[in-house]
Design a protein around this ligand. Structure first.
Ligand SMILES: C[S@@+](CC[C@H](N)C(=O)[O-])C[C@H]1O[C@@H](n2cnc3c(N)ncnc32)[C@H](O)[C@@H]1O
Length: 195
């Protein structure tokens, strides 16, 4: 099914700018990916799957004014969430030069005022508090909690994009309240007080 229809049928609300941004993003990513190894998604169908996966949590996330995505790579999920949530200040932290350069190029090309790209490892960033911290395919839950500790407070929420291993990893969440939202093989792990 086409990405557009799939998003509509799921009832996910996106801003008017979303699909135009997605089209430009996909065209650039497919082009850059031929030369640089930015992502494993090398065709449009796989990219659409990655985009839908990144976007899906918009259907259950609380409203947040600031978001940190750890290890954004070529844009998942942080850049896609930034397209969907233009009122949210989105920080993308990615240490690899070619991936951070691509993110910076997309920010400039699409004139994204809500995006900040930081070319560092997350543990090298200055401490700062974010309302939501996301991460996909970077490391396990225990390590993500450790890596994110200087960037959250007791009100922050965390959203980790996980597979089946989530059920083992959740044992190590230091008793933080959590929810697991399942969609096919994807397990979205949402952590934080007051869920
Ligand atoms: C497997 S890729 C996943 C990229 C993207 N999140 C995705 O799902 O397509 C892992 C990314 O995490 C980044 N990374 C690894 N360690 C990191 C750290 N300590 N801080 C920030 N990013 C990190 C890597 O440079 C890499 O781009």
């Amino acid at each position: 099914m086409q990405l557009h229809r799939r998003i509509e049928e799921t009832g996910i609300k996106v801003p008017d700018t979303f699909f135009a941004n997605i089209e430009k993003y996909k065209a650039n990513l497919l082009k850059w990916n031929r030369v640089h190894n930015l992502t494993g998604a090398r065709d449009e169908a796989t990219l659409d799957e990655f985009i839908f996966d990144a976007l899906y949590p918009v259907s259950f996330l609380p409203q947040v004014s600031s978001l940190l995505d750890i290890g954004t790579g070529a844009g998942f999920p942080g850049m896609i969430l930034a397209f969907a949530l233009p009122e949210t200040e989105v920080t993308l932290v990615e240490p690899l030069t070619k991936r951070a350069s691509f993110l910076q190029f997309i920010k400039a090309d699409l004139g994204l005022e809500n995006v900040r790209v930081i070319k560092k490892r997350v543990e090298e960033m200055q401490p700062e508090t974010f309302e939501l911290i996301t991460s996909r395919a970077v490391t396990d839950t225990k390590m993500l909690l450790e890596l994110s500790k200087d960037y959250r407070d007791e009100n922050s929420k965390l959203l980790f994009y996980k597979g089946e291993k989530v059920f083992d990893e959740v044992e190590e969440t230091q008793n933080m309240p959590h929810k697991i939202i399942e969609r096919q093989n994807r397990h979205y792990l949402l952590l934080g007080e007051g869920l």
